[in-house]
Unconditional design. Structure first.
Length: 138
């Protein structure tokens, strides 16, 4: 149970400080290879390097996920959270509005993928540098 509480603590911390790099390091250090975040419930499924599963239950209110999905709204929600323009709560609400059912993080390939209810990929990004760099125009 102690490890379960530690994982809960990792995700609780990232909800407040938005330090996804530290979350990635903490999970990798604990032999987690992937995690799936379910937008409607906030529940998380952790997959270990040995293909075991650990489920984390969230106790926040349920969020209705739109049946119409939009890749552009998904990209914009991701851009806003990773550039520090929104809170974690705003992020998952924006994803629900964009029709994101879940996001999957692959800690080996360092990617985050956002999926609709009908299992269509809406957006994928690198977890270390998710916000595209803006190039200055001379």
């Amino acid at each position: 149970m102690e490890l379960h509480d530690e994982f809960d603590g990792f995700f609780e911390r990232v909800r407040h400080n938005l330090d996804f790099i530290s979350l990635t390091s903490d999970l990798r250090r604990n032999n987690i290879s992937h995690y799936i975040y379910f937008v409607a419930t906030g529940n998380i499924k952790l997959i270990t390097c040995t293909d075991s599963y650990i489920s984390l239950k969230n106790h926040r209110r349920l969020v209705k996920v739109s049946s119409c999905s939009c890749g552009e709204l998904t990209r914009e929600a991701a851009r806003r959270i990773f550039s520090g323009e929104s809170t974690y709560e705003q992020f998952y609400n924006e994803l629900a509005y964009a029709g994101v059912f879940k996001w999957v993080v692959d800690l080996h390939s360092l990617t985050r993928s956002y999926w609709s209810k009908d299992n269509h990929l809406l957006h994928s990004e690198n977890i270390l540098s998710p916000v595209p760099q803006r190039h200055a125009v001379a």
